[in-house]
Design a protein around this ligand. Structure first.
Ligand code: ADE
Length: 226
């Protein structure tokens, strides 16, 4: 069966984070685990702390101009990005999850899945990062109109949605092409049912049980457009 992305090669994704174990735990189950097992992807984790300055491995400092919270210093970030490029290649794309970025959509996932470049995702924490690191970044990405406490969840959202589009990660091209948002932004996949036939008084739609594939297809099409 043809795959969504034609050329099959292992994509490397390197995360830079103060809490890489959070991302690693997520990536080691389910579909992300399978993607690693079939060599569709390799995940690499760098702990920003290891690039911290001085004996205490300092990664943050107070903001110029005053204000609450701490700001991530530029040197550890730039050191970590350099190391990441050593590991996954100079031409890897550097992604910065930030509420200041461009809204991430399925079109972006497809673009990254097809581009055949490795990725480096830097996950900010604290009140933010020194703005001068932005020149080391290729894309600033926002995953939605809300503010999270760090870049780890956005990094997982971004990489999950890309990796599942890589060749052989999902069962077949079909499941990718038919699902929500794949064809346009308003398409939402039809509802699904499984056993039991009646759950708390609510039955599975008759049409799905009668074995008439034409009718089932029609129902699914209509149900998709809701
Ligand atoms: N960091 C904090 N909130 C975020 C968001 N909504 N998108 C991307 N990065 C973020």
């Amino acid at each position: 069966m043809r795959s969504m992305v034609e050329r099959s090669s292992k994509m490397k994704i390197c995360y830079i984070s103060l809490f890489p174990e959070v991302i690693e735990a997520y990536n080691n189950v389910g579909m992300m685990r399978k993607a690693q097992e079939i060599d569709a992807v390799e995940f690499i984790y760098l702990n920003l702390r290891e690039f911290g300055l001085g004996p205490r491995r300092q990664v943050d400092d107070t903001p110029y101009g005053g204000g609450d919270g701490m700001v991530l210093k530029p040197e550890p970030i730039s050191g970590a990005i350099l190391k990441a490029k050593d590991l996954v290649g100079e031409d890897a794309l550097v992604i910065l999850p930030t509420p200041r970025g461009k809204l991430f959509t399925q079109d972006d996932s497809k673009r990254f899945a097809k581009i055949n470049k490795n990725l480096i995702i830097f996950c900010p924490r604290y009140e933010g990062y020194d703005e001068r690191i932005v020149k080391l970044v290729d894309e600033q990405i926002c995953i939605g109109s809300y503010v999270l406490t760090g870049g780890e969840i956005p990094a997982m959202v971004i990489s999950d949605s890309i990796v599942r589009l890589r060749p052989d990660v999902l069962g077949g091209a079909q499941s990718v092409d038919k699902e929500s948002f794949q064809n346009n932004l308003t398409f939402v996949e039809h509802a699904q049912y499984t056993r039991p036939e009646i759950f708390e008084g609510s039955s599975v739609p008759e049409v799905l049980k009668n074995g008439n594939h034409k009718e089932i297809e029609k129902w699914r099409e209509e149900n998709s457009l809701t």
